[in-house]
Design a binder for this molecule. Sequence first.
Ligand SMILES: NC(=O)c1ccc[n+]([C@@H]2O[C@H](COP(=O)([O-])OP(=O)(O)OC[C@H]3O[C@@H](n4cnc5c(N)ncnc54)[C@H](O)[C@@H]3O)[C@@H](O)[C@H]2O)c1
Length: 313
Amino acid sequence: MKQTNKKRILVTGGAGFIGSNLVDRLINDERSVVVIDNLSTGNVNFVSPIALFYQQDICDYEVLEKIFETHSFDYVFHLAAQISVPDSVKNPNYDAEINIMGTLNLLKLSVKYGIKKFIFSSTGGAIYGDNAPIPTAEDYCPHPISPYAISKLACEKYIEFYSQYHSLDYTILRYANVYGPRQTPKGEAGVVAIFTENMVNKKNIIIYGDGLQVRDFVHVYDVVDANILAMNKGSREIINISTNKKTDINTLYELMKRKTNYERAPIYNEKRDGDVKVSLLSNEKAKKVLEWQPKFDLEEGVKNTIEWYRTSV
Ligand SMILES: NC(=O)c1ccc[n+]([C@@H]2O[C@H](COP(=O)([O-])OP(=O)(O)OC[C@H]3O[C@@H](n4cnc5c(N)ncnc54)[C@H](O)[C@@H]3O)[C@@H](O)[C@H]2O)c1
C-alpha cells in the first residue's frame, strides 16, 4: 500500500486574499489543508475545493477545539484577522476581540494538540510607527499608532510567551503592503486593489493626504513563498517580508494610470487617522534566514494584478 506522508495544515483566514493564495500553493504542493474562515471579508469561491472548509469564527473556542481534535494539525498558518486600520480606530474592542482573543484561542489549542509550528501573519507596514529608521529592521522597537497594529504586536508577544512557557515553535512574518490577485477593493486598505477597480471601471480615484506617503509593496505570491519557507526555517524569529523599495502613492497612481489607460486626475482627500507616513522595511533578515527574496517588481506585479482583475472579476 502506498504510504502518504502528508503534513496536516490549518490555514485560518484561508478564504481571504493572502490565505486563499497560500492554500492554493499548499494544495499544489500536495499538502492536506483545512481552512477556517467566517467569511466576514473572505470569499468562499477563493477556497480550493480540495481543501476542507469550515465556515467558523476563531473566537468560538469550543468549535475550534473540535476541529483541532479531529485533524491533529502539524502546522498552523494564522491569517484570520480584522485587517482594517480605520475600523480598528473606530472600534478597538472589536479589533481586539478578533485579533487578540482569536489568536489566544489558536495558541492555546496549538499547544494542547502539540502542533509542530505556528506561523503568524503580522504587519511590518503598521507596527513600527511613524518615526522608525528607514529601512526598518526587525530589531527596531515598534511604536504602533493604531489599535490594529497594537493588537498585532500584542499577538506577537503572546506567541513569544507561548514559545517560552509551552515550547511552541513559531515564525512571525511582518508583511509590508501586500497586493495582488484576490485582494478586495471593498475595504479601505489595499490601494492597488482599489485603484485597479476604479481605474478599470473609469471611476474616480481618491488619494488620502498629499500622496507623498511612502509604501513598500510586496506581491502576494512572494508572501506565499515566505510562508512556505517558514515551515522549515526561521524558528522563533520575527522576519520582515518586504521589497525594501520605496513607492509613494502618487507614483503608484501614475504607474497604474499608464497600465489601465485611465484618464481622470486623482481627488485629494484628508489624511486618514492611523496611517503612517513612511513604511519601508529591510528584508536582509528574510534573505538570510529564510533564503527568500521577492521575485516580483512593482511594474510586473501591478500588471499581473490588473490582468487578474480583468479576467476574473
Ligand atoms: N494585506 C496586507 O497588506 C497585509 C499586511 C500585513 C499583514 N497582513 C495580515 O495578513 C493576514 C491576511 O490578510 P488579508 O490581506 O488576506 O486580509 P483578508 O481580509 O482578505 O483575510 C482575512 C480573512 O480572515 C477572515 N476572518 C476575519 N475575521 C475572522 C474570524 N473572527 N474568524 C474566522 N475568520 C475570520 C476573513 O473572512 C478573511 O477571509 C491578516 O492577518 C493581516 O493582518 C496583511
